[in-house]
Design a protein around this ligand. Structure first.
Ligand code: ADP
Ligand code: ZN
Length: 635
């Protein structure tokens, strides 16, 4: 207490001294500027007075140019010109001065002076940031004089972290689709509820739990739910809060938050983005040293409290591989729970949960939506429903309808609709291209993923698209399915060739070709689906996004791989052309319907084709490729 008062006094002394210096500096600068200003203008305050008596005329730039011969003198500062005309009238003008402009006037014999000196406003521009810097440094020093906690108090204010006061109302009911993870953490809830039960048996409960998983998978939500279930306070901070420009800040903050937790035990302390502090040590840079100190402080705190304390620390990260091993030792974050992106049933459960919050038409099929959202996180799904609701409002629906959801999903996956002006012949070509995909896709119905819809509405980089909807989350593909998917992917280009001729084909098939090449390459080099390569993995090594070409293969093998990919692709393309040629009328009908209606659903496509199936196609039930569509669109 007393110490505090003392410090305050000291601080005040220091600050008043500083303010005086600050004010003096400021005054000096302003005075200096006025002085330079006056001097360079070549006029003193009295001149200024005179000029206010005879009001100058305002000339426009064109006036200046037109009346050039009349202009006797001209003073230019930036794009302002002042001076007198031959008849003695003063003038003001806004001008644009270029070498040509100057030449024109000097030819006329006008006396031109150009003022490049700085005004005091200019001085402010250069000095204010410097002064602010000085002030900031002083501010920090002021804090430091307050003793150990001083810096933190100054920079953090009273609330060092975003503290959720009270107990969260979130419970496990608000977390959907990750039941096994919830079960795994039920024990932590029990411990927070009643630690004596555990102590009685001598059971050791983890002090720290590390939740890993991609952003939006519900790590924060789960941590809150644990606190809510146990009915204990929840403290949250983010790892990035602990790293700052000031050395020692992180340590102080860690101390502070743990102190707070101890005072409120039993409680849950949540540290998001823990990798920001707990990253594996790399070079010995300045920043690293500070982070290491922060990390050490965290470890000290975690080692410091025993089971008696009743604090559980939950850390969250999406890069568990980046963490320092010291963090993961027993007594620290010794329980790790990984949260995967939700699978089909998880997505359905999450959609069901969030759909309760919005008004929705009863015929909306959330299972269908779950099927079409492979790769979406819980947060993505919530966002999708929210976007749908926003769309519903925008178009004046009373309830969220299927088409609102459809629109929101396409917007998220493919980007917003383009109001791109396309030439009619390009639209026509796009329709045939998509009809090619749709027709072949339908022909392989039962083997590959069913069609969700085909559209020629441009979105993102795509001029149109055919979307598929997997029946469930797929993990593998049969060789027949790979071949079918290659044919479907290349059928867009094939349709361009069949209906418009070889010399009319476009670059629009770029992503189709990329996708087909990738599928063929993986099948051949990794999945052992090619007889020429056999069951040998000649996988490319992927290091941080950069591919090292065929590291594990000899040059000869690499050549065989290339040839094999080309042969698969050529064969699939030939097959696609053949299929479209023999069904030209049907494909044309599809394309024309697309042109007329822009979007066709899977069922409508079936109807137009007439339920006819190509002969000789075995039916298996294995799906994919909405995934591929999703991934394509999301990347
Ligand atoms: P993370 O911390 O993993 O980045 P969050 O917990 O912040 O993710 O998730 C953001 C939001 O997404 C949550 O508030 C919640 O509304 C929604 N969400 C994510 N996962 C789920 C889930 N499993 N069940 C219900 N909602 C979820
Ligand atoms: Zn295509």
């Amino acid at each position: 207490m007393k110490k505090d008062v003392l410090n305050k006094n000291k601080k005040r002394d220091f600050s008043s001294m500083f303010l005086i210096v600050f004010a003096a500096l400021f005054a000096a600068i302003v005075a200096h500027s006025f002085w330079t200003n006056g001097a360079s203008d070549g006029k003193n305050p009295i001149n200024g007075l005179v000029s206010t008596v005879t009001k100058p005329v305002e000339l426009s730039f064109s006036d200046v140019l037109r009346r050039a011969p009349e202009i006797q003198t001209m003073k230019i500062r930036d794009n302002h010109a002042t001076g007198v005309l031959q008849d003695g009238t003063k003038y003001n003008a806004v001008i644009v001065y270029t070498p040509e402009f100057l030449e024109k006037f000097s030819k006329n014999g006008t006396v031109i002076s150009i003022d490049t000196s700085k005004t005091w406003v200019d001085y402010l521009g250069t000095w204010v940031p410097i002064l602010m810097g000085v002030f900031f440094i002083w501010w920090i020093f002021r804090g430091m004089r307050g003793g150990a906690g001083g810096i933190s108090r100054t920079l953090m204010g009273q609330n060092p972290t975003k503290i959720v006061t009270g107990k969260p109302k979130t419970t496990f009911k608000d977390v959907a689709g990750i039941d096994s993870e919830k079960q795994e953490l039920a024990e932590v809830v029990d411990f927070l509820k009643d630690k004596r039960k555990f102590q009685a048996v001598g059971a050791r409960v983890p002090r720290g739990v590390l939740l890993s998983g991609e952003p939006g998978t519900g790590k924060t939500l789960l941590a809150r739910a644990i606190a809510g279930e146990a009915n204990v306070p929840f403290f949250a901070a983010s790892g990035s809060d602990f790293s700052g420009i000031i050395v020692g800040l992180g340590v102080a903050k860690i101390k502070e938050i743990f102190e707070m937790a101890k005072r409120n035990a039993p409680c849950l302390l949540f540290i998001d983005e823990i990798d920001a502090i707990g990253q594996r040590r790399s070079q010995n840079s300045f920043n690293d040293q500070d982070r290491e100190q922060t990390l050490n402080q965290l470890l000290i705190e975690m080692d410091g409290f025993s089971n008696e304390t009743g604090i559980i620390v939950i850390g969250a990260t999406n890069r568990p591989d980046m963490l320092d091993q010291a963090l993961l030792r027993p007594g620290r974050f010794d329980r790790q729970v990984h949260i995967d992106l939700p699978d089909l049933s998880g997505r359905k459960a999450i959609l069901d949960l969030h759909a309760k919050k919005i008004k929705m038409e009863p015929n909306v099929d959330l299972m269908n939506l779950a099927r079409g959202t492979t790769g979406f996180s819980g947060a993505d799904l919530e966002n999708l429903l929210n976007e749908s609701a926003l769309h519903a409002v925008r178009v004046g629906h009373k309830q969220v309808a299927s088409d609102d959801i459809e629109e929101a999903r396409d917007k998220i996956i493919m980007g917003p609709r383009k109001v791109r002006k396309m030439r009619p012949e390009d639209i026509k070509l796009t329709a045939y291209h998509e009809a090619g995909h749709a027709f072949t896709s339908n022909a392989f119905d039962g083997l590959t993923d069913p069609i969700h819809k085909a559209t020629i509405i441009p979105r993102g980089r795509a001029l149109g698209m055919v979307q598929h909807l997997p029946i469930d989350d797929k993990v593998s593909m049969s060789i027949a399915e790979v071949r079918a998917n290659l044919i479907i992917a290349l059928a867009g280009r094939a349709a361009e060739e069949v209906f418009f001729g070889r010399d009319k084909i476009t670059t629009g098939a770029e992503s189709d070709i990329e996708m087909a090449t990738r599928l063929a390459r993986r099948s051949i080099t990794m999945a052992g689906l090619s007889d020429k390569i056999g069951l040998v993995s000649v996988n490319q090594v992927q290091t941080f996004g950069a591919r090292v070409p065929l590291e594990t293969a000899s040059e000869k093998t690499a050549e065989i791989v290339d040839a094999e990919i080309k042969s698969w692709i050529d064969k699939a393309y030939g097959e696609a052309v053949k299929m479209l040629r023999t069904n030209k009328e049907t494909v044309k009908k599809l394309a024309e319907e697309l042109l007329a209606r822009e979007t066709l659903t899977g069922d409508e496509i079936k109807e137009i084709i007439g339920g006819k199936k190509k002969k000789g196609i075995k039916t298996a039930k294995k799906p994919t490729s909405a995934k591929k569509k999703n991934n394509n669109a999301r990347s």
